[in-house]
Design a protein around this ligand. Structure first.
Ligand SMILES: [Fe+2]
Length: 528
């Protein structure tokens, strides 16, 4: 009898263990009164001794201002996620919205199913500042990085962020991870993705972890990549970006859904926007230019144009427009020429076949995406023209495994300004740490480059008010950098105040090289 009881208890605890919430992360909602949370539980086929056949934990979140009295509750979606690899490894993703929240307020929460699998640790987060941001809510401070991974230096950044958060839970307001997460999420049938999500949970369960997609979230063999390169195949039929679409379902959706190899379409987290205090923050996909689906290029462009137009009309409340994506539009590693060539499609537009009709172009059928693409052909849907037409203040990206801050740039021209900029300021922060190593700078920096560093680390952006943001790059290299001479601990290697008194379109404004800093164009919003 006693042994039977032990057996029953063992089976119960096994079920609880298998279905315990893990990989918990949160995201800003579309408005400050909402925060979304997502977590994973393991699939039934691995839950030996689990509950009744077909039973899955339900998706509950309990929250409140008092950590001892979580007086609010909501139930959300439970989605079966099947990795695209040979084992078809399965897990449940749980997605719930916490709504009716007050802005700039700390809430405590737990997720899970009390009846099956149990509840998570007690975590807390602070909601976003709203549009009428009080001085007490400023600065808004974001940690920004890309290209992290789970080995080499990957966990170091997480450790440093946690040190800051333990010192002051309100120190950071959120994270922007600008693509290339786990190297790669789909490896070993998705185990790598699980490892990465567990690695970031201590940060991502406490800070809204906002994302844009990178090339390491695609999923197909290198040989197919070469075929794609030669034949311009649209790779949307592979398990491309499956893990990204499904693991970060909670981004604030702004433009419908995207196709998902998991089955039904997923919420579109490839491009989206939301406001936090005086900032309109936009995520874009640079990867659709290289991997498709090519009809997403005109779709994203049209959405972005509308979004930026509206944001530009709302500068009184949100004067700063900041965009993030994975690949640079401008950089200088390994050389400026290589960088200019590699990212020309994202910057200037994708090459189109001359004979393609406008309708075919919109369907992505007129796009020439082969390796031979580009020369002498018309291009369309480049991101830069939208940046200067609607006055994007800063663009953050990764992909190059280093950090590089450029001055204001329009069409390759720079005024070398950090005050009253006449073009978008471009910042590469792809030094999160990963198995591929640091990307070196192999030639002299061109005039548009302000600062660069070949060391692992992360960026901090502080938004102080309508006119001033502060940026710094911190090195945290535990000795696995390119030269093996790291050991930096949270050292500031670059810092700057970016001051903009008149936010608005840059088109026609650029008097690059004049050095007078005068902003002459009408229609730009002067901020008191
Ligand atoms: Fe990348």
């Amino acid at each position: 009898m006693y042994s039977l009881l032990l057996l029953a208890l063992s089976a119960t605890s096994s079920a609880a263990l298998h279905h315990a919430p893990e990989q918990i992360h949160i995201a800003f909602g579309k408005t400050p009164d909402m925060v979304a949370v997502q977590w994973s539980t393991r699939g039934l086929e691995r839950a030996e001794g689990g509950g009744p056949e077909g039973q899955q934990p339900r998706s509950f979140v309990y929250w409140g201002k008092d950590p001892t009295h979580l007086d609010q509750a909501a139930e959300g979606l439970s989605i079966s996620f099947v990795d695209g690899g040979a084992r078809k490894r399965q897990q449940q993703h749980h997605v719930v919205n916490m709504t009716g929240l007050e802005a700039s307020t700390r809430y405590h929460y737990q997720v899970g199913d009390p009846a099956y699998g149990g509840l998570s640790h007690l975590y807390s987060f602070k909601t976003a500042a709203d549009a009428v941001t009080l001085a007490a809510d400023l600065p808004i401070r974001l940690a920004i990085y890309g290209d992290m991974g789970v080995d080499k230096n990957g966990s170091t950044v997480v450790g440093h962020l946690l040190e800051h958060m333990h010192g002051d839970p309100n120190y950071l307001d959120g994270v922007l991870h600008v693509g290339d997460f786990a190297y790669d999420m789909d490896e070993r049938d998705g185990v790598q993705g699980d490892l990465f999500m567990r690695q970031i949970e201590p940060v991502a369960a406490r800070l809204p972890y906002m994302t844009s997609m990178g090339n390491h979230e695609k999923s197909f063999p290198y040989a197919i990549l070469m075929i794609q390169c030669l034949r311009a195949l649209d790779m949307s039929q592979a398990y491309n970006f499956l893990h990204y679409s499904e693991r970060f379902r909670i981004m604030p959706v702004s433009d419908g859904e995207v196709a998902s190899a998991n089955g039904p379409p997923a919420p579109n987290n490839w491009w989206y926007s939301f406001n936090i205090g005086p900032v309109h923050l936009v995520a874009v996909s640079t990867e659709i230019y290289d991997f498709g689906p090519y009809d997403y290029i005109p779709r994203q462009y049209q959405w972005l144009e509308k979004d930026l137009k509206e944001a530009n009309a709302n500068r009184t409340l949100a004067p700063w427009i900041i965009v993030h994506g994975h690949k640079p539009l401008y950089c200088s590693s390994p050389t400026p020429t290589q960088c200019d060539n590699w990212y020309r499609s994202q910057r200037e537009g994708i090459p189109l076949r001359p004979e393609a009709s406008a309708t075919a172009e919109m369907r992505g059928e007129g796009i020439d995406a082969s390796c031979l693409r580009g020369k002498g052909r018309k291009r369309k849907w480049g991101l830069e023209e939208l940046f200067y037409t609607y006055g994007v203040d800063v663009y953050f990206c990764g992909h190059e495994h280093n950090s590089e801050r450029l001055f204001d740039v329009v069409k390759g021209e720079t005024g070398r300004r950090t005050s009253d900029m006449q073009g978008t300021t471009y910042i590469v922060t792809g030094a999160g740490g990963n198995r591929e190593g640091v990307t070196p700078f192999l030639s002299q920096a061109p005039a548009r480059v302000a600062s660069r560093a070949e060391v692992w680390g992360y960026s901090i952006l502080e938004v102080h008010n309508a006119t001033h943001v502060y940026y710094e790059q911190r090195a945290c290299d535990r000795g696995e950098g390119r030269d093996g001479k790291g050991r930096a601990r949270d050292e500031v290697v670059d810092s700057v105040w970016l001051v903009q008194h008149a936010h608005g379109p840059f088109e026609g404004v650029m008097g690059m090289g004049s050095g007078d800093g005068a902003l002459r164009e009408k229609g730009r919003l002067a901020v008191a």
